[in-house]
Design a protein around this ligand. Sequence first.
Ligand code: FES
Length: 117
Amino acid sequence: MSYGRIEHHPVLGPLPPAATLSFSFDGNNYKAREGESVAAALLANGVRTLRLHEEHGSPRGIYCNIGHCMECRVTISGITGVRSCLTQVKNGMDVRSGTVLPSPFRQTTEAERSPSL
Ligand code: FES
């Protein structure tokens, strides 16, 4: 039994056997099934917060789970902005929570809005 992973579906039946992989998230070690996405593997291990919101710092996690919303961005092997819902876990993968990225939106000053000519 594991948190968040349906091991016996009432219609689809039991999960087929799969190799167990090891990976880390923010320095903690976890197990995944071969073929699982990083997001699914983390959810199965009870990890729901994948990054923090750029402006508010609120926890973010899986939202669409199909690669559209970008809410699940993490850093994998030093590459930032990787969508964890589209990335399969590899053995020994080093995953870090998404860093707080600069917002594309920022407050402009009055001088920027009305430059003197
Ligand atoms: S959860 Fe939406 S892109 Fe990954």
